[in-house]
Each structure stands twice: as structure tokens, then as C-alpha cells.
Design a protein around this ligand. Structure first.
Ligand SMILES: [Zn+2]
Length: 275
């Protein structure tokens, strides 16, 4: 698979009708019994979907016997950058397929920056990069999102779903301060079957190995927090930011992101629900 060569100084590939994609997401979520929260009202409607676990009997039994104490909780978000269409498309596909691994509670934000998508722009309608807003917060979307997150329980795993217009392949950032068993190698192995992996030794200015970046940054030293910093400081101890390469065909990027999410969720489900 070759780069398309479309992206010269910004993303120049396909765009999506975000309103139509979100209508499809809502329809699929309703059909499959998700609860739907309004995080931020119209005209920039931002939604949060919640689905509670269906767990096989063995796992229920394990929890009753105290071997595991509760169902794992997973958070997935995308669409925080309006020039990254594969994220909302991947989420729509996952909602429609409804093939979520057993035994997980899932909290899903299908588009955090709807006004950005109407302009095919990274930033929101006010020119703010919402993924730099999570410490000093100006954007009303981020204020509302943090308030919604604060009403949710902690998560066992967070996945922030992105694209990168410059990269030569898929890659992943891992934040894993407690050195839990990593999901990154499994994600890269499975995604590598459907999409090129960026195997550069430096990605986005950070050391990388086989498509995996394990930053050693302390968020407290940084003035501008991406969503993933807020999550690791307040909501989780295991977080992945997954990045599809947006100078490749859209179908491959959507496949990469859906495979990455499914691989991560299957790994967590198997750890907790195996009899
Ligand atoms: Zn992004």
C-alpha cells in the first residue's frame, strides 16, 4: 500500500458529512440499546453513548466469588480533530456491527468536535485545538466534555481515536504508568494486517519502536493538555491514542482503527471474562 501523496501541508483527502454520520451512529446506538447523553447542546451537539456489559455466566460467577470484582469499563472517543474523518466512520462501523466483546461496560464519544468537521479543520469553529484544552479550558465543548467525564466512573482502559496526515503508517501512544501488561504489540500486529505501520525511530519528535510511542512526559510539566493527559491524570491508568495515517486510502484507515479498538477490547475482555 502506497501513500496517496495528497497531503502536502494539511489533510487533503476525503471529507464526511458529520451530521449524517452522527445520525447513523445515534440510530445504531438506539437500535442496540445504548443510553445516549447530551454532553453539549445544539447547534454543536456532542453526544456520549453508554452500554452496560453482557457477561458470560463464567465471568459473572468469577465476580461473585470475588476473583474479579466488577466488569471492566472502557472509554472510547474520537472526532476531536475535524480533519480526521476515519475516527467517526470507524465508530459508526463498530456501532453498526455491534460485535463488542463480552463483559465490558463501554462509554463512547463519537465526535467531540462537530464544528471542526463542517470545515475539514483540526480546530473547532473558534479556531481552538480542543485537544490542547484539557488543563486550561477555554472551549465550551471541552468544559462540557470534562463535566460529563467527571460524572462517569473511572475507566480500566481509554482509547483516543485519531488520524495523522503526515505519518507513513499507523502508530500508537501508550500511557501505562503502572506497567500493566501492554496491549500495544497486539494492536500493532493486528493492524499491520490491514494498514501500513509507521516503523520510524522518531514519530512526532518522540522515540518510537515498531509503531509504538511510550512517552515519559509528566503531564504536570505541560501547560496544554490533550484529552489523553486529562484521562491519565483523572480517569484511568491505561490509555492508548491510536493514529491512522490519513495519506492512505480511507477504507484502510477505518479498518486500522476498528481493528485496533477491537483488539484492545478483546484483550481486556479475555483477561477479565476467561473462565
Ligand atoms: Zn488528532
Amino acid at each position: 500500500m502506497q501513500r496517496l501523496g495528497k497531503n502536502i501541508s494539511s489533510y487533503s483527502g476525503e471529507t464526511i458529512d458529520i451530521d449524517a454520520v452522527l445520525r447513523d451512529c445515534v440510530a445504531a446506538a438506539r437500535f442496540h440499546g445504548w443510553a445516549i447523553d447530551e454532553i453539549h447542546p445544539a447547534p454543536k451537539l456532542i453526544l456520549g453513548f453508554t452500554r452496560h456489559a453482557s457477561c458470560p455466566p463464567s465471568a459473572v460467577l468469577l465476580r461473585r466469588t470475588g476473583i474479579t470484582d466488577r466488569v471492566p469499563r472502557i472509554y472510547i472517543s474520537t472526532g476531536i480533530h475535524g480533519d480526521e474523518p476515519a475516527g467517526p466512520l470507524a465508530v459508526r462501523q463498530l456501532l453498526r456491527e455491534n460485535a463488542w466483546p463480552a463483559g465490558l461496560d463501554i462509554y463512547l464519544c463519537p465526535c467531540l468536535n462537530p464544528t471542526g468537521f463542517t470545515m475539514n479543520r483540526r480546530e473547532n469553529h473558534e479556531g481552538l485545538d480542543l485537544n490542547r484544552q484539557y488543563l486550561a479550558t477555554e472551549a465550551e465543548e471541552t468544559v462540557a466534555h470534562i463535566a460529563w467525564l467527571s460524572r462517569q466512573p473511572s475507566f480500566d482502559l481509554c482509547l483516543c481515536v485519531h488520524e495523522d496526515w503526515e505519518s507513513d503508517g499507523f502508530y500508537v501512544y501508550e500511557q501505562n504508568p503502572d506497567q500493566q501488561p501492554s496491549l500495544a504489540e497486539a494492536i500493532i500486529a493486528r493492524v499491520g494486517e490491514v494498514c501500513p505501520i509507521d516503523r520510524s525511530e522518531v514519530i512526532e519528535g518522540r522515540p518510537a519502536h515498531n509503531g509504538i510511542i511510550r512517552p515519559t512526559i509528566d503531564p504536570r510539566t505541560r501547560p496544554q493538555w490533550p484529552e489523553a493527559f486529562f484521562l491519565i491524570m483523572h480517569k484511568t491508568r491505561l490509555s492508548y491514542t491510536i493514529e491512522a495515517p490519513s495519506d492512505f486510502p480511507l477504507a484502510a484507515r477505518v479498518a486500522a482503527l476498528t481493528v485496533a479498538v477491537n483488539t484492545a477490547l478483546e484483550s481486556i475482555s479475555q483477561r477479565h471474562c476467561a473462565a
